[in-house]
Design a protein around this ligand. Structure first.
Ligand code: PGA
Length: 257
């Protein structure tokens, strides 16, 4: 099996001013030093990207946007293009977060366009998928994940895999404190990888990082990360505090604290 370097990504959602974000990045770097064998990502709001990128310079921390539009430029008032994000020096964009899907009308079609557009600017993608509570209760988890993965990846190829991460985030676990059990998270992440294999091929999918997200906390990260198909976390609430995010990054307990 290919070695997959874990990713711990903090999604700050609509939190932190740019000054607060920059201070966080500096404090996090001081706290974690140069961790080996893990990639660390923070995702501020658009307004905080430039300051966070400046603060992260020379550190192992990379910076992600939380969304983008798929066109490069044009009459799209209020939107931000992948070119603009890449121009700031961001390395990643989160696409298809469930809050975008549920509150702002994101569809599998727009997710696919955004994934392609981010890759066209040479940035890396964290594409989010996950079922709602009603879908899980109705036994639709597998079909929802299959649809979201295959349609979301419709415009990329195996050549994009090194720059593509999929985050499985069950909607019922996001911000609720109800983490999926490690077994449920593993089962779903394995489905995500199997569907990615259908879209991109077995070997590329085996090399692709699949993250779990949904109430990841210092006290549940170890058992989640022990699962065969979980290669990291996409973390909301627990990424807002330097100490708790650092504890997630240091989940193996081998780094300085
Ligand atoms: P949470 O958010 O960790 O606060 O549940 C996760 C996410 O929405 O990415």
């Amino acid at each position: 099996m290919p070695e997959r370097v874990p990713v711990m990504a903090g999604n700050w959602k609509m939190h932190k001013t740019s000054a607060e974000g920059a201070a966080f990045v500096r404090a996090l770097h001081e706290r974690i030093g140069e961790p080996r064998g893990i990639e660390v990502v923070v995702a501020p709001a658009f307004t905080g990207l430039a300051e966070a990128i400046g603060a992260a310079a020379g550190s192992p921390i990379t910076v992600s946007a939380q969304d983008c539009y798929w066109e490069t430029q044009g009459a799209f008032t209020g939107e931000v293009s992948p070119l603009m994000i890449s121009d700031l020096g961001a390395q990643w964009v989160i696409v298809g977060h469930s809050e975008r899907r549920q509150l702002f009308g994101e569809t599998d079609e727009t997710v696919a366009r955004k994934v392609r557009a981010v890759r066209d600017q040479g940035m890396r993608v964290i594409m989010c998928v996950g079922e709602t509570e009603a879908e899980r209760v109705d036994g639709e988890t597998e079909s929802v994940l299959a649809r979201q993965v295959s349609q979301g990846l419709a415009q990329v190829t195996a050549a994009d895999v090194g720059s593509l991460v999929i985050a499985y985030e069950p909607v019922w676990a996001i911000g609720t404190g109800r983490t999926a059990t490690p077994e449920i998270a593993q089962e779903a992440c394995a489905i995500v990888r199997a569907r990615a294999a259908e879209a991109l091929g077995e070997a590329p999918a085996a090399a692709m990082r699949v993250l779990y997200g949904g109430s990841v906390k210092p006290d549940n990260v170890v058992e989640l990360m022990a699962q065969a198909d979980i290669d990291g976390g996409l973390v909301g609430g627990a990424s807002l505090d330097v100490d708790s995010f650092a504890r997630l990054i240091e989940y193996r307990g081998t780094l300085a604290s």
